[in-house]
Design a protein around this ligand. Structure first.
Ligand code: GLV
Ligand code: MN
Length: 223
């Protein structure tokens, strides 16, 4: 019960709550606090991927150079795509800069299946071929475009998106992120290839199908 003696205290509490700066609903990679902080990857991987800086006396021009996007990365056969990732783990010079990029090569009809990046928005430019790309909002609205060379599409942070090669031949896209390690959660792998497995009855109830269908889908993600 609010008594006349507790009323001033209540007013004070409410004003403090409104005056306190609200924590940002989305926080990005923190701003760098120094010119150079090349990641020392030999230090044990910190849980938050804030790598320590290697000693400035050991930094060379090579730390700011990366040729990992000159060639296709590991191909995921089942999806027909290969991703070469230029992030802090492969390119330590990106540490603390809040940026990274991928080269994504598509076989004909190859797909980057629905996935999301918990720590970054993504902007992608098609270099070659024809790609259908799109994302879905938290209100289940779908936005998409078919892109050809030179065209760009942006994916807001955290939203589920995909890219599908809809051209005749191969396709190539470069994607860039506002995080030195955007992370990637791939929906079908999350659901059907997690370790340990998500129990079947969770998936049968989720997709309103029988266990045979879940087992069948699961079997396709045993690489
Ligand atoms: C494409 O969506 C990528 O994450 O590189
Ligand atoms: Mn992506």
């Amino acid at each position: 019960m609010i008594t006349s003696s507790s009323f001033p205290l209540l007013c004070l509490t409410i004003s403090i709550l409104f005056l306190l700066p609200l924590p940002p609903s989305h926080s990005a990679d923190p701003d760098p606090l120094q010119d150079l902080c090349v990641a020392d990857l030999s230090a044990s991987t910190p849980a938050d991927y804030n790598f320590p800086c290697k000693p400035i006396s050991e930094i060379t021009s090579d730390d700011f150079f990366f040729d990992g996007l000159t060639k296709p990365g590991n191909k995921t056969k089942v999806f027909g795509v290969s991703v070469s990732a230029g992030n802090v783990l492969t390119f330590p010079g990106l540490n603390t800069l809040g940026i990274s990029l991928n080269r994504v090569g598509f076989a004909p009809r190859g797909i980057v299946p629905p996935h999301s990046h918990p720590r970054a928005s993504e902007v992608g430019v098609v270099m070659e071929g024809k790609i259908l790309t799109g994302f879905v909002t938290t209100k289940n609205v779908f936005y998409s475009k078919v892109l050809t060379a030179g065209e760009v599409f942006v994916i807001p942070r955290g939203l589920v998106h995909f890219q599908l090669n809809v051209g005749e031949g191969e396709a190539l896209e470069f994607t860039a992120f506002n995080s030195h390690l955007p992370g990637s959660a791939t929906v079908p792998l999350n659901l059907f290839s997690a370790t340990p497995s998500i129990p079947d009855h969770v998936l049968t109830k989720t997709f309103l199908v029988g266990e045979d269908i879940i087992d069948n889908i699961r079997s396709k993600f045993r690489f």
